[in-house]
Design a protein around this ligand. Structure first.
Ligand SMILES: [Zn+2]
Length: 127
């Protein structure tokens, strides 16, 4: 089922619904106020209440959106504060840091034979 967007004039907000295609143009009840809402066409995005550059979404829980997901406060810089990111997970320890065991294991020697052959050929002059 495709995802459609509907506009509630009462709440002045947009909500999404998964609808079968044949039901998509029927008015849908708003999840917040239950009034009939009409389907939004991509050309309808004109003058909505805008929050952080996006039309207000219903249900409205007062959060904002950034690339990191939901934010508690609107973005004011390129990098949101970690405490503003809802569900923020601290970075895992750097996996590139070697453990003591890994450090103690000697790395296998890499032998490059091909290059030596080429060099030898070049030195004798028969290319
Ligand atoms: Zn509504």
């Amino acid at each position: 089922m495709p995802l459609y967007e509907y506009y509630c004039a009462e709440c002045n907000g947009i909500f999404e619904l998964l609808r079968p295609v044949r039901q998509s143009s029927d008015p849908q009840p708003c999840p917040q106020c239950d009034s009939d809402s009409r389907r939004l066409m991509p050309t309808d995005f004109n003058a909505f209440v805008v929050r952080d550059g996006m039309p207000r979404r219903i249900p409205d829980d007062g959060t904002y959106w950034g690339l990191e997901g939901r934010l508690k406060n609107p973005l004011t810089t390129n990098d949101p504060k970690p405490e503003d990111i809802i569900g923020f997970k601290a970075k895992r320890p750097d996996s590139t840091i070697l453990s003591d065991e890994e450090r103690a294991t000697p790395k296998p020697e890499v032998v490059v034979r091909r290059r030596e052959k080429k060099r030898a050929k070049a030195a004798t002059g028969d290319a």
